[in-house]
Design a protein around this ligand. Sequence first.
Ligand SMILES: C[S@@+](CC[C@H](N)C(=O)[O-])C[C@H]1O[C@@H](n2cnc3c(N)ncnc32)[C@H](O)[C@@H]1O
Length: 326
Amino acid sequence: MAHAEATLPSMLKLLADPTRLRMLALLALEELSVGELSRALDMAQSRVSNHLRILREADLLRERHVGPSTHLRLATPGNGQAPLGRLWTALQPELDALPEHAADRARLDGLLAERRARDGDFFDRVAGEWDKIAGAFSTGRARLRAGVTLLPADTVVADLGCGTGYMAESLLGACSKLICVDRSEGMLEEATKRLAGRGPTEVEVRPGALDALPIEDGEVDGVVAGMVLHHLEEPFGAVHEMLRVLRPGGAAAVLELAPHKEAWMHRELGDRHLGLEPQDVLAAFRRAGFESIALESVDDRYQPPSASGDPVSLALYLVRGRKPRA
Ligand SMILES: C[S@@+](CC[C@H](N)C(=O)[O-])C[C@H]1O[C@@H](n2cnc3c(N)ncnc32)[C@H](O)[C@@H]1O
């Protein structure tokens, strides 16, 4: 029997039972499992289940299944518009006056306190293991996305040598416009596939070279070049171009590989230089006219799979600078 079809006598009969009224009063306050409800009412679970069946048939319960247990809450009948809903709205303030309600509330408070203590203990117990447990089902991308919404988002950023858009992806949502530049049409096609229709950031891909960027003077607020400069024959000319395309006060960040000896990377990964000296990148920033220049270590390693199968783990660093305002 759905509540919309309930007759007035059946509605009144439903609400005329003191046990059902006590149950409804508790479920209006808190979502409870059947076991918890029985404890709060100090009543055998079989008796509670019989009444629950009647309430369920009248569509008065919202149910949620967690593992083997069912959690119940009062569903406002017909959003309070149907006759049963109106009746319930009128009755609700009277429920506090039920003789057994004070004792029900006291038992409910006790079991909610137990539940809080148990939930607290649960996280204390699993804290050391949590990353392993949650690693399987958590998504870092969503968390990063939530975090970047807190940053000023009305900025235009250029990702220079964007490749397949791996780095640009982490900037989605963090800026209003993202200009992805690469000289490889194939890479730009892949970047477009990865970045298209992914959120509020406008993405524009532009074919072009780092030493003659397809970007107007002062067009962007920030430029990033990740793992790109060591691919250029003359890596440092690109730093002048970065300054040109930045608006006054705009910022540049270069992520680079520290010098290494993995000569196979020339052949296998198209690297022209086996890493770059951080001091050379810093000097290029100074020569170009950047200010507030900083060298930072990066808490990450570059671990390309080598042809020999030997593990390779290379150091990375970051150089940043700002275009003077005046
Ligand atoms: C190793 S990928 C880096 C991709 C991306 N930035 C990242 O962090 O994953 C290097 C990219 O730089 C591009 N590239 C190399 N030399 C370039 C140049 N002179 N001008 C523009 N793009 C260049 C390549 O086509 C390639 O897509």
